[in-house]
Ligand binder design. Structure first.
Ligand code: SAM
Length: 286
């Protein structure tokens, strides 16, 4: 691919019979880690693009939808989040958003693959700008092991920002993992997990909620949001609570007065995301 002849790169989503393509200027880098293949491209219109095992993970242009919803929706749903753990999140975008909350006192990011973060530091430095925040710990380990060893009632919000439930991430979508999360959460604690596309993978969301229920979580809310470079472009995060509570209630005044800029998340966007369209509400019950 020479710079004079941009070439289209398409990711085919076999399970949805669809694809997403970006016009690329050149390939910037590639590394085969012990866990996955990480590729980096420069696109003509979407900035840099990271793929993991052929799946588009992050683009400069549209990552804000995902990182902002994965961080601010659960943090403003929690009464007073102080200690946050991100499982996965190796591109560091979610960590950067979490650290915008002045009340957060510790934020641990545990990704299994150090190469993802090393590539993000080179090609998405803006996502890594908070990695040296004194409250941040960027570590590399299997999130399954991390949560198994986490101290009981030591975390306020767990954010599972992982790849799809295949390969190293498969074990992050089952009852055994959710049981370790439940034990590690303090009273009032919340688990949030990227829950794929409600348009194409509703059964996965139901399966996740079923495993979370079996693990002891008692209330759930799935919040849809746009994510153009992911399958169907219609994505979601699912919030689960340790105790019975109405997850449609969040700190709306705090969110409206947030002391930081965002490109997508606002208190009104959060409020709107709590209203599922009929096709999803019929299945997920709101
Ligand atoms: N936003 C993306 C999505 O929704 O697919 C996820 C981005 S982030 C790059 C996904 C991260 O999950 C990767 O860096 C990968 O290394 C990490 N990951 C996968 N399985 C893991 C595990 N068992 N423990 C910790 N991190 C894991």
């Amino acid at each position: 691919m020479s710079s004079s002849s941009p070439t289209w790169l398409h990711e085919n989503f076999d399970h949805t019979g669809s694809a997403f393509g970006l016009r690329m200027v050149r390939k910037l880098d590639e590394v085969q880690s012990p866990f996955q293949k990480i590729e980096m491209y420069e696109s003509t219109d979407w900035g840099n693009v990271m793929l993991i095992d052929g799946a588009m993970m992050v683009t400069t242009r549209d990552n804000f939808f995902y990182h902002e919803m994965m961080a601010h929706a659960p943090l403003y749903t929690h009464a007073d989040p102080k200690d946050v753990v991100i499982i996965g999140g190796g591109d560091c975008g979610t960590l950067r958003e979490v650290l915008k909350h002045p009340g957060v006192r510790t934020a641990v990011q545990c990704d299994i693959d150090e190469q993802v973060t090393r590539m993000a530091e080179k090609y998405f430095p803006e996502l890594c700008e908070s990695n040296n925040d004194p409250r941040a710990t960027v570590m590399f380990d299997d999130g399954i092991a991390y949560m198994e060893n986490a101290a009981p009632e030591s975390i306020d919000v767990i954010i599972v920002d992982s790849t799809d439930p295949v390969g190293p991430a498969e074990g992050l979508f089952n009852q055994a993992f959710y049981e370790t999360c439940l034990r590690a959460l303090r009273p009032g604690g919340l688990l949030v997990q990227q829950s794929e596309s409600p348009l194409a993978l509703m059964q996965l969301i139901l399966d996740m909620r079923g495993a979370m229920t079996d693990a002891g979580f008692v209330d759930f809310r799935t919040l849809p949001f746009p994510q153009p470079c992911y399958p169907t472009g219609y994505w979601s995060c699912t919030i689960a609570s340790k105790e019975k509570r109405d997850l449609t209630h969040f700190r709306k005044a705090d969110a409206a007065a947030k002391p930081f800029d965002t490109q997508y998340y606002t208190a009104d966007i959060h409020q709107a995301a709590l209203v599922l369209p009929p096709f999803a509400a019929r299945v997920l019950g709101g």
